[in-house]
Design a protein around this ligand. Structure first.
Ligand SMILES: Nc1ncnc2c1ncn2[C@@H]1O[C@H](COP(=O)(O)OP(=O)(O)OP(=O)(O)O)[C@@H](O)[C@H]1O
Ligand SMILES: [Mg+2]
Length: 247
């Protein structure tokens, strides 16, 4: 399965979704991050074209790839997809994370329009509602994007495909770890805290325990979000196995 995670907007959670929703639930998959196409080395367009060519070649030989497209490269990548006619067909799905802020919703709509104009069918495009405020109705938070897809059905918008705002993602990033590694961690932190002989050490261990609790807490939500993406039965059923073992 080949998935592009895309949005004109930065900071909507493309990397987070690629690493924490998709990667652990698609066995054998890897994330290819397109962050460097805009290299400031004076080669400009040629370099970009060549890198895109390499990406296309790679997509022909790899089986399971998640392409995480950094916001600064989305425009260029879509322009190249237009030039290399049919290249969007290399992807089985386009996952478009979106967040409640209005500017990001407008950028999301622009992304959906662009994908539709490229010829990507609605059945391949999935909205993912990210950074939800659980206290507020989803329809209210994403009114602009939902009104757009209601009028122009160019993407699948399943409200179950959602992630609440959760500090776990920042904490995982700061510790340089992987969420699934945290979840699987069997360390008896309470025993270690009892044995630790200074306050700083105890606090560091308490922090790790809190990280693990947060990671385990968010897991059902990640599973449900992935399932709601409905990326084929195989993906959905496989999605649950690694998580259940470690929970
Ligand atoms: N559901 C969430 N709850 C809380 N924080 C989140 C959530 N999703 C993402 N974040 C945080 O928001 C920030 C932006 O997320 P991320 O890096 O995934 O965005 P991006 O779309 O890949 O951005 P860019 O286009 O710059 O690559 C990160 O600090 C991330 O930890
Ligand atoms: Mg990113």
């Amino acid at each position: 399965m080949k998935i592009a995670v895309i949005n004109f907007s930065g900071n909507v959670g493309k990397t987070t979704v690629a690493r924490h929703v998709l990667l652990p639930r698609i066995p054998g998959a890897e994330v290819v991050a397109i962050e460097s196409i805009n290299a400031d080395d004076g080669q400009g367009q040629a370099l970009r074209g060549r890198q895109f060519g390499e990406l296309q070649e790679y997509l022909q030989i790899a089986d399971d790839v998640i392409v995480d497209i950094g916001a600064s490269n989305v425009e260029e990548l879509l322009a190249l997809m237009r030039r290399y006619r049919g290249s969007h067909e290399d992807f089985d799905y386009f996952v478009v994370p979106t967040v409640p802020a209005l500017k990001q919703q407008i950028d999301t709509i622009a992304t959906l329009v662009e994908l539709s104009q490229l010829g990507v069918p609605a059945g391949k495009v999935r909205l993912l509602f990210n950074m939800l405020d659980e206290g507020v109705d989803l329809a209210q938070q994403f009114d602009a994007v939902l009104a757009f897809v209601a009028a122009h059905p160019v993407a699948q918008a399943d409200p179950a495909c959602r992630l609440g705002a959760n500090e776990v993602y920042a904490r995982v990033r700061n510790s340089g770890g992987q969420l699934d590694a945290l979840v699987a961690d069997q360390t008896d932190y309470k025993a270690l805290i009892a044995k630790a002989d200074n306050q700083a050490e105890k606090l560091a261990l308490a922090h790790k325990l809190a990280d693990r609790r947060l990671a385990r807490g968010v897991l059902p939500e990640l599973d449900a979000c992935f399932a709601a993406l409905r990326m084929g039965l195989i993906g959905e059923s496989l999605g649950r196995q690694p998580q259940r073992k470690t929970a």
